[in-house]
Design a protein around this ligand. Structure first.
Ligand SMILES: *Cc1c(COP(=O)(O)O)cnc(C)c1O
Length: 418
């Protein structure tokens, strides 16, 4: 199916990344132990797979899911729900849950993920119910040469009482490095040294299980993410989570349902087993996705494209961004990923104006679960310098096939030469 040269290139690429694969196998094993220990501690059993309808009172599966996630994330408490509809919903729930009129939210990693701009009120219509509409102010400190600007953070905190410091771990759709756990810990300690009651919150999307520790084990008070990314292990059909300090999770649960009701209610509609099984699979599946990303990075770097992070760099999320500097190459890459996907391999993705995003976006997502980006997927805003953000791969073998298919498409269109 692929030409001889591409096959040979794939073997050469694989030969040079074996040691890197080893590194992530060790991390996956240690994270698997964490997950199994949590299962043991909470005596996970068949009864937790039962479902409830209506109010969902006394749903022991739902309760135990919150406990095992909290345990694995080293957090005091957690709220995991299939009806948190996405990562954005989880993050918005957490922000609205803890921030109050007059508070200041300070992002120290520059512009937050695109879909949060309307949540915060820095994009979109006035009166849409953003944080800004409720009198919550937002300030951001941009990265300086791709690094945290500690000096500017210090100056801002010395002049302003800040309620929340916000950190985005993964690069998202930005051309910047992702922040590892060590750096997140350093930021957290730094800001709390200046204002000790500050709430440090992390957008943890794409970061879960990539390292051996999570932000909530490293000085962070609150974090949120999506179940159709890493922690759902490719099994969760939908959902999100918020983890952190118990008092804050209670506030978030009041926002998600209603004050006074919080976590006690919510029918699980047969989703418990998928979520529990997904957490069981997550360390392994994340490793498969990382291996796919490392393979892609090594392959495209050998073809002289700039890839971030480089194949050998230590990762803190599952994303590889590949800079094409060319619209046609970018589109051909994404279409090639789609051609090599298990689902909808026969359709061609095209750029479109997606809700919540400011530029046109092209998305390759031939996935079992719609839009699940723990499955092999590539997204790219159609703007200079034409960077594709690649992530996922439920199995390394299928991920590798998808990457080769993208490369093959570029070759067949005459856009690159091997
Ligand atoms: C995916 C993602 C989100 C949330 O996106 P959803 O599509 O709403 O799940 C937020 N932040 C980052 C960094 C992300 O990667």
């Amino acid at each position: 199916m692929f030409n001889e040269k591409l096959i040979r290139l794939s073997y050469d690429t694989e030969a040079k990344i074996q040691d890197i694969f080893k590194r992530y196998e060790i991390i996956a094993f240690n994270n698997q132990i964490k997950v199994l220990n949590a299962f043991k501690k909470y005596k996970i059993s068949d009864i937790h797979f039962n479902s409830t309808s209506g109010y969902g009172y006394d749903d022991i599966g739902r309760e135990v899911i919150d406990n095992i996630f909290a345990e694995v994330f080293g957090a005091e408490d957690c709220i995991v729900r299939h009806n948190i509809i996405s990562g954005t919903h989880a993050l918005a729930t957490a922000l609205f849950g803890v921030l109050r009129p007059g508070d200041i939210m300070l992002s120290v990693t520059g512009k937050p993920y695109d879909t949060l701009e309307e949540v915060i009120g820095i994009r979109g219509e006035k009166g849409n119910g953003s944080l800004e509409d409720y009198g919550i102010s937002y300030h951001q400190i941009d990265l300086k040469d791709g690094k945290i600007d500690f000096q500017s953070i210090k100056e801002y905190l010395e002049k302003n009482k800040v309620k929340m410091v916000f950190i985005q771990r993964s690069k998202g759709y930005l051309d910047r490095p992702s922040l590892n756990i060590e750096k997140i810990k350093e930021i957290s300690e730094f800001v709390k040294d200046i204002q000790k009651d500050i709430i440090v919150m992390v957008d943890n999307c794409y970061g879960e299980f990539v390292e051996e520790k999570e932000p909530t084990e490293s000085g962070v008070d609150l974090m949120a993410g999506s179940l159709i990314k890493n922690p759902g292990g490719g099994m969760a059909e939908t959902g999100g989570y918020i983890a952190g300090r118990k008092d804050l999770i209670t506030l978030c649960s009041y926002r998600l349902t209603s004050p006074g009701i919080g976590k006690e209610v919510g029918a699980t509609l047969n989703q418990n087993k998928n979520i529990i099984k997904g957490l069981f699979f997550a360390p392994h599946i994340v490793k498969e996705a990382i291996k796919t990303s490392v393979f892609a990075a090594a392959l495209y770097e050998s073809l002289n494209f700039e890839v971030n992070p480089s194949y050998s760099e230590k990762r803190t999320d599952i994303i590889s961004s590949i800079k094409f500097n060319d619209k046609e190459k970018l589109i051909a890459f994404c279409q090639g990923i789609q051609m090599g996907s298990p689902i909808d391999s026969h359709v061609l993705p095209e750029p479109w104006a997606m809700p919540g995003y400011s530029d046109e976006v092209i998305m390759a997502a031939g996935t079992f679960t719609q839009g699940a980006s723990i499955e092999l997927s590539a997204d790219a805003p159609i703007k200079h310098p034409y960077i594709a953000y690649l992530q996922g791969g439920l199995t390394y073998e299928s991920g590798k096939f998808g990457i080769l298919s993208s490369c093959n498409n570029l070759v067949e269109k005459g856009l690159i030469k091997l």
